[in-house]
Design a protein around this ligand. Structure first.
Ligand code: CA
Length: 397
């Protein structure tokens, strides 16, 4: 770990006489007391920090999004330490330099987030592996000061309280806002219709009353492997004027982990590609964007790029959100509360992430939304979609 800028330079030492040594010792003790007093006093009246550690875990691996709020004086350089109780091993990190020795982990702010004014927060993320257990750590310290020094439990948000950092979940004013509760039969109707772009095989899509995120109805897709099994349900809403940033929020639940082969489960006709699709799906086991016209992917499908994306967990409802900028390069993706670092494109090419994606400078202009399944080889999956919204303002989970 490199020394922090706030640390004192080393003092030069010289030989001392006995009297001078005693005097120096006395001064040194007094100085220690003077330094220690305000530190313990501050710790006794207010906690020095608050840490929100949000983990997303699967067999053998995990990611964690960590938000540290400085409740003490301003820090010019921060260092957050904690101890893992399980056998977690950090393999990569973003927005912080993270090192691990045994169970002890140290995260240090990077050039652009090292200053932490009083009351401010820094966010960073990490990815790692585990074998037997991966409990969330609780013993955080910020620059050596325990985050629970005042003996209080860190504040937690009561269930059901809206998170002020997240956009509202309602979508009343959005161009598309559907919970599928208005569907009356098994065939999609009203604002939705079945479609099999390019070619149709044995994949099917229907309104389902057995599994739902809200109410009693959702959209079920039985996706089949093989090139021509396209099965989608398209919203009839014209989305061509939604923007300049098009926000999409959907809840999806699926059954089989994303395969290593390329698959698509959200497909948007894109006039910037002459009507070809802007796609969201998976490859190499993780979520990815794909552009049909030039087959560009986001992230790049290198091991480092794939590691910056996320698997789509199976067997539970997942909130997936996109922000597609139709006026300039800009694409963001959130899985739950986490912005996925590998599914982010901006105006600056980043190796392993959006270098290939930015080879085309014309921003996308999606005009419609299709939910379903399209495989290009292997990969069966059963998926449900519910509470789908598209609008010109952010829509939360
Ligand atoms: Ca529903």
């Amino acid at each position: 770990m490199s020394p922090l800028p706030a640390q004192c330079p080393r003092r030069l030492r010289r030989p001392l006489t006995a009297a001078a040594a005693i005097l120096a010792l006395a001064v040194s003790l007094l100085a220690s007391l003077l330094v220690a007093a305000p530190a313990s006093g501050a710790g006794a009246t207010a906690a020095g920090c608050r840490v929100d550690y949000t983990a997303n875990q699967w067999t053998g691996g995990y990611t964690a999004q960590i938000r540290v709020t400085n409740l003490g004086p301003a820090l010019n350089g921060w260092r957050l330490t904690w101890t893992y109780g399980g056998d977690q091993h950090v393999t990569s990190a973003w927005n912080a330099t993270v090192t691990q020795t045994g169970h002890a982990v140290t995260a240090t702010g990077t050039d652009w987030n090292s200053a932490l004014p009083s009351g401010a927060a820094a966010e960073f993320g990490l990815q790692g592996t585990w074998q037997s257990a991966a409990p969330a750590p609780t013993d955080f310290s910020l620059n050596g000061v325990s985050c629970s020094d005042d003996g209080t439990v860190p504040p937690t948000t009561p269930p059901g309280t809206p998170d002020p950092t997240q956009p509202p979940a309602g979508c009343g004013g959005a161009a598309l806002c559907s919970d599928f509760e208005d569907q009356t039969g098994t065939s999609p109707s009203g604002g939705w219709r079945f479609t099999a772009p390019d070619c149709q095989g044995t994949g099917t899509a229907a309104v389902d009353t057995a599994v739902a995120h809200s109410g009693t109805r959702s959209l079920r897709v039985d996706g089949r492997a093989g090139y021509c099994n396209h099965a989608f349900v398209a919203a009839t809403a014209d989305l061509s004027s939604v923007g300049p940033v098009m926000y999409v929020r959907l809840w999806v639940r699926h059954t089989t982990a994303l395969p290593s082969a390329h698959v698509t489960f959200v497909s948007m006709p894109d006039t910037a590609q002459g009507g070809r699709a802007l796609r969201v799906g998976g490859q190499n086991g993780a979520l990815q964007w794909n552009r049909e016209s030039d087959d560009a992917t986001l992230p790049a499908q290198s091991p480092a790029g794939v590691a910056l994306s996320r698997p789509l967990p199976t067997g539970s409802w997942q909130c997936l959100r996109f922000a597609v900028d139709t006026s300039k390069p800009g694409l963001d993706t959130w899985l739950g509360a986490e912005q996925v670092p590998g599914l982010h494109a901006d105006g600056v090419p980043t190796q392993d992430v959006d270098q290939q994606w930015l080879a085309r400078t014309t921003p996308p202009r999606p005009t419609a939304l299709r939910l379903g399944w399209e495989s290009y080889g292997t990969g069966d999956d059963t998926l449900w979609f519910d509470d789908v919204a598209v609008g010109s303002a952010p829509i939360g989970c």
